[in-house]
Design a protein around this ligand. Structure first.
Ligand SMILES: [Zn+2]
Length: 309
């Protein structure tokens, strides 16, 4: 008998709004796109889920955040991340460069460049950007082993293989904390932002990048947008990102659109077409060399930068 058929169903728990803790007046945005009773821990951990699956999503009218509720218990979620594969090193480098383009403007507003922490650092591609921008005492935390194993030799010693634990660092010890494409995955994103605020020196900044659920691509694709993903426990908009950082104690919050520069073949791969049509096209692009042309597009991400008073 296959293991998946004997595993117990996942235990689901309701959530309050991850920003304002309210349980009232949340509007149902979309019902769960799968049968919760058939989803067991084994199926989840082995990551054999079809695309376009998401939890029941509700919208907080106060915060404009979209959040998943009910969701599996925290234990079951952490198990699901345990074996996550890492196969996107080239994409990580392109993303790091796009996010790094924000650093000169942020740096100009910081008191100094001592101490930078990247939460959810992956293979540490962004640590290279921090070093190039002149930051010292740079460190990254990453809970998955695979991206750390794939990191560059000069970056590996700067990466800590662990979940972000605020108690591991002295208060007020960083001038900059960054967290990219990670807030969506946390069961308590507010707690993460409050911890970051505590760990920043006066005048320091928290720089986050998240999917923008109100971006053009998200609105055009609806729930077929790749941002509606079973791994995302909440989705932000410019307004909800502002509220997140303001409620976490940041004195000033800047919001910006992110332009990602990727090779054309990568954009083609993201395009919502059936694979039998898309994959041969992507192969032709790669083979001809045309696919290597860098193309800059706003890919539906928002940047939010909170400054500590
Ligand atoms: Zn709320």
């Amino acid at each position: 008998m296959p293991q998946s058929s004997v595993a117990p169903p996942m235990r689901m728990v309701s959530r309050a709004c991850p920003l304002c803790s309210s349980t009232d007046e949340a509007r149902v945005f979309a019902e769960a796109s799968f049968d919760l009773d058939k989803l067991d821990a084994f199926a989840f951990a082995s990551r054999k889920l079809p695309e376009y699956m998401h939890y029941r999503l509700v919208e907080c009218p106060t915060c404009d955040v979209l959040y998943a509720s009910p969701v599996p218990t925290a234990d079951e979620l952490s198990q699901a991340y345990h074996d996550a594969a890492f196969d996107s090193q080239e994409e990580a480098r392109h993303a790091a460069r796009a996010y790094g383009s924000f650093l000169p403007a942020i740096k100009a507003r910081l008191p100094n460049t001592r101490g930078a922490l990247d939460i959810g650092a992956g293979d540490g591609a962004f640590l290279d950007e921090l070093l190039a921008a002149g930051f010292t005492d740079v460190v990254g935390v990453e809970p998955s082993a695979a991206p750390i194993a794939a990191s560059a030799p000069h970056i590996k010693p700067l990466l800590r293989h662990t979940l972000f634990r605020p108690d591991d660092y002295p208060s007020a010890s960083f001038s900059l904390i960054t967290c990219f494409q990670t807030l969506e995955h946390l069961s308590d994103p507010m707690e993460m932002c409050r911890s970051a605020q505590r760990l920043l020196a006066p005048g320091g900044a928290l720089f986050v990048i998240a999917h923008d659920r109100r971006s053009l691509s998200a609105r055009v694709l609806g729930t077929k947008s790749p941002i509606f993903d079973i791994e995302h426990l909440q989705l932000f908009s410019p307004e909800s990102a502002r509220q997140l950082l303001t409620r976490a104690g940041f004195a000033k919050v800047d919001l910006q659109t992110v332009y990602n520069t990727y090779p054309l073949h990568y954009w083609a791969k993201l395009f919502p077409l059936p694979n039998p049509i898309k994959l041969p096209f992507v192969r032709v692009l790669k083979k001809s060399g045309v696919g290597a042309i860098p193309v800059k597009i706003p890919a539906g991400n928002l940047a939010a930068i909170g400054f500590k008073g």
